[in-house]
Design a protein around this ligand. Sequence first.
Ligand SMILES: NC(=O)c1ccc[n+]([C@@H]2O[C@H](COP(=O)([O-])OP(=O)(O)OC[C@H]3O[C@@H](n4cnc5c(N)ncnc54)[C@H](OP(=O)(O)O)[C@@H]3O)[C@@H](O)[C@H]2O)c1
Length: 324
Amino acid sequence: MKYGFCLNSGGAIMKAAQINEYGTDVVAINRNVNTPEIALGKVLVKVHAAGVNPFDWKVREGYVSATSKFSFPMTLGGDFAGTVIDVGQGVTLYRKGDHVYGSGNILSGGSGAFAELVSADEKLTARKPEKASYLEAAALPLTGVSALDVLYNKMELQEGQKVLIHGGSGGIGSMAIPIAKHMGAYVATTAKKDKKQYLKGLGADEVIDYKDELFEEKLKDYDAVFDTVGGETYNRSFKVLRKGGIIVSMLEQPDQELMARYQVKAVGQSTRINTHSLRKLAELFDSGVVTVSVDRIFPLEEAGQALEYQRNGSLKGKIVIEVD
Ligand SMILES: NC(=O)c1ccc[n+]([C@@H]2O[C@H](COP(=O)([O-])OP(=O)(O)OC[C@H]3O[C@@H](n4cnc5c(N)ncnc54)[C@H](OP(=O)(O)O)[C@@H]3O)[C@@H](O)[C@H]2O)c1
């Protein structure tokens, strides 16, 4: 029982949060799950903590079932932080005992992170930021890499430019604000009124209460909009951009009519976690640029409640599942 899961004569079993069907109240904690195989190019990691993202409850509810087919039972979860306990053939970056973080999502060839052990592609992992606890490191991958990729690669944000970040108190927003400030931008953000102090603390120059104020009446000639909300918020955002500005959305595909009308560029983001981005994120964490606000910690047994809590919103930062 060195690692907390049981080694039986016929192999090893572990505990995992799984679904047998899509729905809202379907997460089961199974205690007799076979441990993942140690496959080519994969690392087997003892999970200390797993980060929760909106994507996880969307998978639970079958949002991706039309595009990707999975067999049940399916272990949920992607983001993780933990210790390497074995490596598959071809793995060059890690050895047993290394402290890593990354993505073990089923959709990206992993075995699911809401479990005692996860198998993940070594290309979707990196060494954990040295100064981060496991809980903090587990909160970083999807949201942190999304923020980095959008601000550096899609927007190529420059010092002195103005960016509007929607949903500043959410997982992506709360990491994008300090990164954009670090890049020298002026940052406006939208959130509920009670998050104002929190967001000022993250470095936001201007906080707009999205319930009572219209951001498009307060902001103009912005260089960039980072949309983490979609829908009407996305459509209205075109009005705040200068000609030649850019909007990147985590949820919406480019609207050609709005692009032409406002003469701006629109990009639909699809985040791909990789070692390079995770290393950059770790550097930014260790140098104090990126911090993690953990709103609430759940034990693995309450993975279903964690997903509901994430789904109901009004968070400050991230939710994390403590596995060990
Ligand atoms: N395309 C991709 O590759 C990709 C990758 C990662 C995430 N995503 C998606 O991106 C979205 C954001 O992810 P996340 O992890 O940041 O989610 P999150 O932690 O739930 O954050 C969303 C934030 O938006 C705020 N919000 C809700 N309605 C708003 C409005 N009308 N105006 C301004 N803010 C509003 C919420 O605040 P309140 O709860 O206080 O209202 C919350 O803080 C999710 O839908 C996720 O699935 C896409």
